[in-house]
Design a protein. Structure first.
Length: 464
């Protein structure tokens, strides 16, 4: 849990950077068909960061050193439907506010204030905020108030000790979930069972998935949320999952890949070792002042050599790297910021991740590079190289026109149906070097010992 004192310190730091009254908006619930059956609710991360308040339809006014929390008033029949509800006084104490008042009072309170407010992704909340400030707020680019956006980014991007403790806790429960899932993997079992088991273990430890869990034997589909296939001997399971803590919202983002049968077959082990080595060199490169782009390049260098060694591409490693042919097998960026959101701060577009005025690169591969700044102490970033055999990429006419002559189609044919391997960990950048927050086993032999060593998910969860 993040202590109240830390939230207070963050609000003070924000006030030091930005003058004037600041209105922070929490998320509202959205009805599925009726308000009483809402879609799953998650608080806005910036709101959570400065207030610790996880309740829907809240707002906070930071003005003259005071923190006023605006909350919906309990309804008369709340006790009937939801049990005891704390009154505003109790909620004021819980969140360390100077005052907690009904949200209905907000419009009148801010009427004559030169309010500063950030646009939010929720359009309904945005329309309301626009009315309050008297001009249209547009989500995207400057997010309503570029100076305020930059102050929030600067604070949230550098993690404090309490945040790191929360992320280590999220890493610990996620490791339990990974180990359970690896142990339960056996041919004849089912992706759906592993996916359910993974999320069940998170929930058993007061966690929830911080994003839609990717569990698939078709890892070449990068964000594959389909879990409908039986587990087959010879295939690889890719699990990209991260628990976030129910109370604080901090989470992790981890990927492991392992063989269904507990044995690597054919060239699977060689590919696995290449991805692992590319991740090792990329993690080692996560030092203060190092351009994150060069962390990406470090991973690419190892993967390009693998492509040459396997005969998947023709030519020398450095020529392959220069022309970007390796990106056909590693099409995404090596990672991103992590914190209260899995792609932390990306609701601010590229502002937290690219220098002002520097657009994303256009070439295939680097266009998905989500971070392109020198690393700073206190940042947490993911490092997640991969190797994928993606038919849609290897048959793409535009890419073939550029890279076709460097591709060895006979060799590629032999790799069809391979799927994908990704290995992902979360790294705290420190003055003394990279500190890896996540420690799910990843050495090939260590993984093979674990896979299949326990009952299946079906046996554990259904007794069959
Ligand atoms: N879990 C999504 C990602 O790794 O970016
Ligand atoms: Mn990631
Ligand atoms: Mn991931």
């Amino acid at each position: 849990m993040i202590p109240l004192q830390r939230h207070k310190q963050r609000r003070q730091q924000l006030a030091e950077r930005v003058s004037g009254p600041i209105l922070l908006l929490g998320n509202g619930t959205r009805a599925r068909n009726l308000p009483m059956t809402p879609l799953p609710f998650r608080q806005d991360s910036t709101f959570l960061y400065f207030t610790g308040c996880e309740r829907p339809h809240a707002a906070a006014l930071l003005h003259d050193g005071r923190f006023t929390l605006y909350l919906p008033e309990p309804a008369p029949d709340d006790a009937l439907w939801h049990g005891h509800t704390d009154d505003l006084q109790a909620l004021c104490a819980r969140y360390g506010a100077d005052e907690a008042v009904p949200v209905a009072r907000l419009e009148q309170d801010v009427q004559s204030l030169p309010l500063r407010v950030l646009a939010v992704p929720d359009e309904a909340r945005n329309r309301w905020a626009s009315q309050l400030v008297g001009h249209a707020l547009q989500f995207g680019r400057d997010h309503g108030d570029p100076e305020l956006a930059d102050a929030v980014i600067a604070l949230r991007r550098t993690k404090d000790a309490d945040e790191i403790a929360e992320m280590r806790q999220a890493a610990s429960i996620t490791e339990k979930a990974f180990l359970a899932t690896m142990r339960a993997t056996q041919p004849g079992s089912h992706e759906r069972g592993l996916w359910t088991l993974f999320e069940a273990v998170l929930r058993m430890h007061d966690g929830v998935p911080g994003y839609d869990t990717i569990l698939t034997q078709s890892g070449e589909v990068l964000h594959n949320n389909d879990h409908s296939a039986p587990l087959q001997d010879g295939r690889l399971v890719l699990l990209d999952g991260g628990g976030e803590l129910m109370r604080s919202g901090y989470g992790v983002d981890i990927t492991r890949t392992w063989p269904v049968s507990g044995r690597f077959e054919g060239r699977q082990r060689a590919a696995y070792e290449a991805v692992l080595e590319s991740q090792r060199v990329a993690i080692a490169a996560c030092t203060v002042g190092r351009e994150y782009r060069s962390v990406h390049d470090a991973a690419c260098t190892v993967l390009a050599q693998f492509l040459v060694d396997e005969g998947l591409v023709r030519g020398e490693r450095d020529g392959i790297l220069e022309r970007g042919t390796h990106a056909l097998f590693f099409p995404h960026g090596v990672g991103h910021h992590l914190g209260l959101d899995v792609h932390d701060l990306e609701n601010f577009g590229d502002r937290p991740a690219y220098p002002p005025g520097v657009p994303r690169p256009e070439p295939f591969g680097t266009r998905y590079l989500r971070l392109n700044l020198p690393l700073e102490a206190g940042w947490v970033v993911t490092v997640e190289p991969g190797f994928y055999v993606v038919p849609a990429i290897l048959q793409d006419p535009e890419l073939l026109a550029l890279h076709g002559s460097a591709l060895n189609t006979d060799a590629i044919d032999r790799w069809q149906g391979f799927g994908g391997i990704r290995i992902e960990d979360d790294v705290l950048v420190t003055e003394t070097g990279p500190d890896v927050l996540t420690s799910v086993p990843k050495a090939a032999d260590a993984i093979l010992e674990i896979v299949g060593s326990g009952p299946t998910a079906e046996a554990l969860l259904c007794g069959s």
